[in-house]
Design a protein around this ligand. Structure first.
Ligand code: SF4
Length: 282
């Protein structure tokens, strides 16, 4: 057998070995993911017998949804009551969270049901808008034991779930005080962003020929933000009396002044995604 054939066989074997290795690694990573990133409900110490404190953790990269409902379901075919279902909504969360929710007197019926050792309790966490549900089942007596014997309270573990929301960062181009030569154009040079001051600056930039009258201010009838805000803060920097940028969007402050249309226009023009809309008062 020539050395060329031997080299080819070795190369083929190495290729097969590489493929097998990659397959094994991917299976291992899937198994680890299944074992350690499984959605998990943990029962915490509640303040009283009608509230239910719990934590919920899941893989947010694999399941980017927002959970907003809790359902506690007792199946107790050999005891009394035979069945109790309690559903409550809570503040939605798209990251691991802790909640303590008032389930009322119905919850006391679950805790005091008879024959709990033959019953089961399902705790479901639902993302109602995304139709996703995660369920954890407990034997009835185990559920009550965990409920009564847990020592960590919602406050104790809440700090573990604080996720610092980072606002998107934008690159600020490097600026120089030495201006490049202006392109030759027949258009008039615009010297001010805010049209209210355009007249004042026009003389300095282009002489009397470029000067225009200052634009008259106007009142606003209505201002609103359409979906799509990227929380860049530009509007609030220009008109903080009107715009308030929160962690996830921008809102119009209650009682915002509507008598400075030019500044409103400046803020709307500065919005990189053009979601600020307004109408002029007639
Ligand atoms: S300028 Fe536009 S994108 Fe930026 S915070 Fe205001 S509304 Fe949102």
């Amino acid at each position: 057998m020539s050395t060329t054939y031997i080299a080819m066989i070795v190369a083929i074997l190495m290729g097969i070995g590489l493929l097998v290795g990659i397959g094994a690694l991917s299976l291992l990573s899937g198994a680890l993911n299944f074992l350690f990133v499984k959605p998990r409900i943990e029962i915490l110490k509640s303040k009283n017998d009608s509230t239910f404190a719990f934590t919920f953790k899941w893989d947010q990269d694999a399941e980017p949804v927002s959970f907003d409902q809790l359902r506690v379901h007792l199946f107790n075919p050999f005891g009394v009551p035979a069945e109790v279902v309690i559903t409550r909504e809570f503040d939605p969360s798209n990251v691991d969270f802790v909640r303590e929710i008032d389930l009322g007197d119905q919850f006391k019926k679950i805790l005091t049901a008879t024959n709990l050792e033959k019953a089961s309790v399902e705790v479901e966490v639902l993302a109602s808008k995304d139709s996703v549900t995660h369920t954890q089942s407990f034997k009835g007596d185990v559920f009550v034991k965990k409920f009564t014997e847990s020592t960590a309270t919602a406050e104790d573990v809440a700090n573990q779930f604080v996720v610092e929301k980072v606002k998107p960062r934008f690159e600020i181009p490097e600026r120089s005080f030495i201006s490049p030569p202006l392109p030759k154009t027949a258009k008039q040079l615009k010297m001010a962003t805010n049209p209210m001051f355009a007249g004042e600056f026009a003389g300095a930039g282009g002489g009397a020929a470029a000067a225009g009258p200052a634009v008259e201010n106007f009142n606003i009838a209505k201002v609103w933000i359409e979906p799509g805000c990227i929380v860049c803060d530009a509007c609030e920097a220009i008109f903080p009396e009107v715009f308030e940028v929160t962690d996830s969007t921008c809102i119009i402050r209650p009682g915002a002044p509507l008598n400075d249309g030019l500044r409103m226009q400046e803020a709307a023009e500065a919005c990189p995604v053009e979601v600020i809309k307004f109408t002029k008062a007639s």
